[in-house]
Design a protein around this ligand. Structure first.
Ligand SMILES: [Zn+2]
Length: 286
């Protein structure tokens, strides 16, 4: 039994990932996040180590609008199963309906989610493709660290898997500091990294090499839709990036190294002290 040591020497965990049983109930728990690395956690560390560590240690809770998450879950649970969707609606009735009452009808955000669902439902190709096992938990080891993932739709027979993504506008451009130019929503949100990780974890869990596809649907008045593939070189680059950044991120997570401050997120701004003068020519641009 080992413990994960954090900065204030508080022992957060008392089990190793070999004794911790990852399942549907604890997948999104703190315990799972201490035992396993995941795309969202790693991605957050890449954006700001200090804010992510503080969040993991319950020292900081960023303000986040719950609607986009509910929107995503509304859609995901629908395509998972009828039962999952009913359970989701029942558990979130007060947030989904006007005045929290079913008889008053869905709030406009979720009417839109319903529209996105219908858009995909009307696509014969989508219905034929999206046939695998839903919400499959996968585990594996990437460069010496245990990772976890959850696959929206895994089809081992056809050797492919799908991830459903909702997006404001599939064709909107996003500034990328890394690429010093504009990029698309998928690269901007690190979905190429997510697909590279999932592909590897599926291989380690089931011994099958699968091809990833993103099913994107937009939240526009008339929803757009697309089946997107991910170039192999992008996934290779993302795995290289994980190999390069992971040792430090892991040491930060374990309290062995100090986290860096990105300097511009909510957490960093709230901890900033006005103790230096900056020339207007040196204002950092993001
Ligand atoms: Zn920050």
């Amino acid at each position: 039994m080992t413990a994960i040591q954090v900065k204030d020497n508080k022992k957060i965990c008392s089990q190793t990932s070999t004794t911790f049983q990852l399942n549907d109930e604890n997948y999104y728990s703190d315990q799972a996040n201490w035992h396993f690395q995941s795309k969202s956690l790693f991605w957050n560390f890449m954006q700001c180590e200090a804010a992510t560590l503080a969040q993991l240690k319950h020292e900081y809770q960023p303000f986040s609008n719950p609607t986009p998450l509910l929107f995503g879950n509304y859609l995901h649970s629908y395509f998972e199963s009828k039962k999952a969707h009913e359970r989701f609606i029942e558990a979130n009735e007060t947030s989904l309906y006007k005045y929290g009452k079913k008889e008053k009808g869905l709030k406009s955000d979720f009417k839109q989610a319903q529209k996105c669902i219908q858009t995909l439902e009307d696509e014969k190709r989508f219905r034929l493709l999206y046939q695998g096992q839903k919400e499959v938990i996968v585990k594996g080891n990437l460069f010496g660290v245990d990772w976890m993932g959850k696959i929206d739709c895994l089809d081992l027979k056809n050797k492919w898997f799908f991830d459903l993504k909702t997006v404001d506008d599939i064709h909107k451009k996003h500034w990328s500091k890394e690429e010093n130019g504009y990029t698309n929503f998928a690269v901007s949100r690190g979905y190429d990294m997510q697909m590279a990780i999932y592909k590897e974890l599926i291989k380690q869990t089931f011994g099958v090499e699968c091809t990833p596809f993103i099913i994107a649907v937009s939240k526009q008045k008339v929803p757009d839709k697309a089946i997107l593939s991910i170039p192999e070189w992008r996934m290779e680059n993302r795995l290289d990036q994980i190999e390069e950044l992971q040792p430090h991120i892991q040491r930060v997570k374990n309290g062995e190294e100090e986290p860096s401050y990105c300097g511009h997120c909510d957490y960093c701004r709230s901890h900033k002290i006005m103790n230096e003068i900056t020339s207007i020519d040196d204002i950092e641009l993001y």
